[in-house]
Design a protein around this ligand. Sequence first.
Ligand code: HPA
Length: 263
Amino acid sequence: MSHARDRLRSAAGRDIHTAVVLGTGLAAVAGAGDVVIPYAELPGFPQGQVSGHQGALVLRDDARGCVAFLLGRAHYYESGDARAMAGALETLAALGLRNLVLTCAAGGVREDLAPGSLALITDHINFSGANPLIGVAGDARFTPMVDAYDPALRARMRRAAGSANVALQEGVYMWFSGPSFETPAEVRMAGLLGADLVGMSTVPETILARHLGLRVAAVALVTNYAAGVHGGAPEHAETKRVAALGAEKMQALIAAFLEQDDA
Ligand code: HPA
């Protein structure tokens, strides 16, 4: 981790104040960066490939310092390790990171969360039973999860949506382990329990980030109706295709978010 930290510190040359994790099909959101570092050169970052993910970190300067875009994430379903993103997040936190913006593809449980919609994640339900803090010592592991998705950053994301003229819905995200998609019965259950979105990422990263003291904002791109909603039968190829179509909207939203102040 110290090697990755030193490498990033010298490559950035300035404080990395915000990191943006780009989910399936969303790598284009990073745009042209100033520096591109493959994860293979960053010990502790995800190694290996998942379809639809790239595996590199892009640094881009802005008025406040530097933004790190993480092109691709490691998922719980790849290894059964809920700490799959711990090395990357701990490295960034050690560099003084304050804000973590998570993006992901998700299935829409509500009928108004149609494919192509963007939704601000307001809260989550950890349905997987896994937790990245299992095995961590010390009282800090009892990490509070009220306002896990930071209210100030949520307000900032809403303002960004307004200024970028991008429609932004909101919803509660339920984490399923994957990699199989949900059954229609599971999706009906998710809706009854208060979920609006279902997905296979984001939640362990939010838990890790809160444990590290980072502020989190998360935006889902709805790539499909969840299983059984409108006869939905999700497929990974569809997830990648719709995510790529939605990447431009996500890019506009994230760019506006990075320009906004917290206030
Ligand atoms: N379920 C879980 N994860 C997803 C989905 C889905 O329907 N769509 C994109 N990621």
